[in-house]
Write a protein that binds this ligand. Structure first.
Ligand code: AMP
Ligand code: MN
Ligand code: MN
Length: 333
């Protein structure tokens, strides 16, 4: 079977050697973790524990809470708050994190650790590790973790499979996005064969929302603007307060917005507690939203990317418009 990811053999060997040689391993994923970040983190944490390692697993953003749609994941007992994370771990493994700043308050630990193993699939990855298990063509970071666990000789059990499957289904948009190859389906089949309840995972991840979410979704869609192939909307802190939902709850709103047939690019600007707008972008292929994100200090992939914008909504969306008028558009195929 063709592997679902490609990394040089020598790089795999280095990563496996580091993890075999150390009993204490620190694990961190990106701030504001999504299904791929959490699934990758927990799968390797569970796998290393089964090998008898001492693991500490965390991410560097507050509040340190697992988003409700991922609260079903196995291995949550392995998580600890960033305040208790070792300042200088002998080995640090990072997941789904394209650059050191995306580690938030744990960025310092990356600088102080003996070795850093980067497990990621962002095109914008800065290769900040001692060992970089990075494949920009991989559909999800959990695919790299799946291969790494195999190479470490960890048997695939149901708990590990549930974590890996969650990352795979979230980052492929339920196996819809371009990066979904035959090899991705082969991995999914292997994960399903462990007996995981994929229907329950889908229900938890996509189909369980508070009523306030449905109401807020209505408001966000009502507010949407369509202009020159761009459809965009926004959510303010006042909206979140009014409907009693958090920023994590509206992760899926962009999938509704991007159904707009007249638009190539969909954007949602979500106001954070400091007042700045967090920008989520999706492209159907005409524009490279990853390039727009990088130009604005963020990152991501060609078809899905994000950055932290300004406290002003108009100037934030102006950044996206400027990006679309520039090289991102001419980079289109
Ligand atoms: P999202 O819109 O939050 O689902 O993010 C889409 C993709 O862009 C994901 O792969 C994120 O990891 C990446 N991304 C989003 N925001 C940022 C950021 N501020 N910096 C780097 N990458 C980001
Ligand atoms: Mn992610
Ligand atoms: Mn990912």
């Amino acid at each position: 079977m063709t592997a679902a990811v490609y990394v040089d053999e020598a790089v795999w060997d280095e990563a496996v050697g580091l993890l075999r040689d150390h009993d204490d391993v620190a694990l961190a994923c990106h701030v504001g973790p999504d299904g791929d970040a959490l699934g990758s983190l927990l799968a390797l944490a569970l796998g290393l524990r089964s090998l008898g390692k001492n693991v500490v697993a965390s991410w560097g953003s507050e509040p340190f809470e697992v988003p409700p749609q991922y609260a079903f994941l196995p291995g949550l007992d392995l998580l600890s708050p960033p305040t208790t994370f070792p300042a200088a771990p002998p080995v640090l493994v990072t997941f789904d994190t394209g650059s050191v700043d995306r580690l938030g308050t744990l960025a310092g630990a990356a600088g102080q650790s003996g070795a850093v193993v980067v497990v990621d699939h962002h095109a914008s990855n800065t290769r900040y590790g001692t060992v970089n298990l990075v494949d920009p063509d991989a559909a999800a970071s959990t695919l790299l973790v799946e291969e790494l666990l195999d190479r470490l000789g960890v048997p695939l059990d149901k708990d590990v499979a549930a974590c890996l499957y969650t990352g795979l289904t979230t980052d492929t948009g339920s196996f819809k996005y371009q990066a979904t190859t035959p090899a991705v389906h082969a991995v999914a089949a292997r994960l399903l064969a462990t007996g995981i309840d994929h229907a329950a995972i889908a229900r938890e991840v996509w189909d369980t929302k508070p009523f306030g979410y449905v109401k807020l979704l209505g408001r966000l869609m009502d507010r949407a603007t369509l202009e020159n192939g761009l459809v965009w909307t926004f959510s303010t802190q006042e909206d979140f307060r009014e409907y009693g939902v958090g920023m994590d709850d509206i992760e899926g709103a962009i999938d509704v917005l991007r159904t707009t047939s007249e638009a190539d690019v969909a954007v949602i600007c979500k106001q954070n507690s400091e007042g700045r707008y967090i920008v989520s972008m999706r492209s159907k292929g005409g524009a490279d939203v990853g390039a727009i994100a990088v130009a604005n200090g963020g990152g991501g992939h060609r078809y899905a990317a994000g950055f932290t914008g300004d406290a002003d909504l108009a100037s934030t969306i102006a950044r996206v418009r400027a990006g679309l008028a520039g090289p991102a558009r001419s980079a289109s195929t």
